[in-house]
Design a protein around this ligand. Structure first.
Ligand code: TXA
Ligand code: MG
Length: 356
């Protein structure tokens, strides 16, 4: 039988007890140290890591994911001291690091030469973060190097928030997969560019704009975050320009007054069903009983948008499992973590929004 040229024997280690299962992490750290690639848990989503200082290792990440070469990687560290990696840390970045690390916040700073161009996709800057996840921190410490890691999905698919989804995307393509619990945050880290004054949020995430403004009043937000990208509105994070987080089916967001939204969703679902199409509805539990037709996929309670964020990517992947033709979802208020939820939903929907 033909074997795919890229086929790798992937070691899979599931952590039940961090102390007892430390051998898995040690082995994964050795793989990273020796130039291999490892999928591992973080508090945001699972990442696919390599030694950030080893160009050949980093190249393997791009290859395994099918990631465009102009999309830089985030460098993960296990300490707040990043002087070896960046030229300078401005005061505002120091304040943000002090307040939010370890945690879902990536800071963009000017890189030192030690960071290869492959990692930064030829940019002068790099994104750095210290994840708030025991396994991730142990893996970085034991491998003895900063770990470059994008989300552990095949490019374009929703990011994986548990190990099963990593295995689905990466088994046979990476050296090792380390599994632990489901990611707590569920959407990727907030990215703040601190190479400009005032700093600019390039991607919304678990650390909200409101939280950032408590530390730094003067902080802007990249206009491309909320708008459909066009020639005049290029996102500053190269990765944000790509179609992303996308399920196979077409997703439409319905925005407006709650009752009208429910009514509209039911009307559209009926129409699809009349045309022999399969439809899924991503619904908060407060309104899920209002949809008599279609596959209902719960996002959790609208009273807790962190729960919605945690469930979002898995819900999109479930739609793929169900092989639906269309997906409908209500819009969320763009406040707090709602800004990150709407950013991911908008991208997954290709900005297909119907206002009612
Ligand atoms: O939560 C996260 O950040 C996860 C976990 C694994 O840590 N990682 C993640 O990586 O989301 P990725 O590769 O899926 O997204 C990285 C984003 C891309 O949009 C990329 O363009 C942007 O960060 N980025 C990285 N370096 C940058 C830089 N120097 N300037 C601007 N944007 C940058
Ligand atoms: Mg990603």
């Amino acid at each position: 039988m033909w074997k795919k040229e890229s086929y790798l024997e992937t070691k899979i280690g599931i952590i039940n007890d961090v102390n007892k299962d430390i051998e898995y992490i040690k082995e994964a750290a050795d793989i990273i140290y020796n130039g291999g690639i490892v999928a591992f848990p973080t508090e945001t989503v699972y990442g696919l890591g390599a030694n950030a200082l080893n160009e050949d290792a980093v190249y393997k990440i791009f290859k395994a994911k099918g990631r465009p070469q102009d999309n830089p990687l985030i460098v993960h560290v296990a300490s707040k001291n990043i002087d070896k990696l960046v030229k300078e840390v401005p005061e505002v970045a120091k304040d943000l690091i002090e307040r939010f690390w370890p945690g879902p916040l990536t800071i963009i700073l000017n890189k030192k030469e030690i960071i290869p161009n492959r990692t930064s996709a030829n940019l002068e800057s790099i994104g750095i973060r210290m994840p708030n996840n025991e396994i991730a921190l142990k893996l970085i410490e034991l491998s003895g190097c900063p770990i470059a890691a994008p989300s552990a999905n095949i490019s374009g698919r929703p990011s994986p928030t548990d190990v099963e989804r990593c295995i689905e995307d990466l088994d046979g393509k990476v050296d090792c997969i380390i599994g632990w619990k489901k990611s707590d945050v569920g959407v990727e880290s907030t990215i703040v560019d601190c190479t400009v004054v005032p700093p600019v949020v390039l991607r919304p995430g678990g650390i909200t704009l409101e939280m950032l403004r408590e530390v730094c009043k003067d902080i802007n937000i990249d206009k491309a975050i909320q708008g459909k990208p066009d020639a005049n509105l290029k996102p500053k994070a190269p990765g944000m320009k790509y179609r992303h987080y996308a399920p196979k089916a077409k997703l439409q967001i319905i925005k407006g007054n709650k009752e009208k939204t429910i009514e509209k969703i039911n009307e559209i679902v009926q129409n699809y069903i009349d045309n022999q199409k399969k439809v899924a509805i991503l619904a908060t539990e407060e309104i899920s009983s209002r949809f008599p037709l279609g596959e209902i996929i719960s996002l959790g309670s609208e009273k807790n948008l962190y729960e919605v964020a945690r469930n979002l990517f898995e819900a999109l992947r479930k739609c793929d499992d169900l092989n639906v033709d269309f997906i409908l979802c209500e819009a969320f208020e763009e406040k707090g973590v709602g800004l990150a939820i709407m950013n991911r939903l908008n991208k997954a929907a290709g900005f297909n929004i119907l206002e009612v």
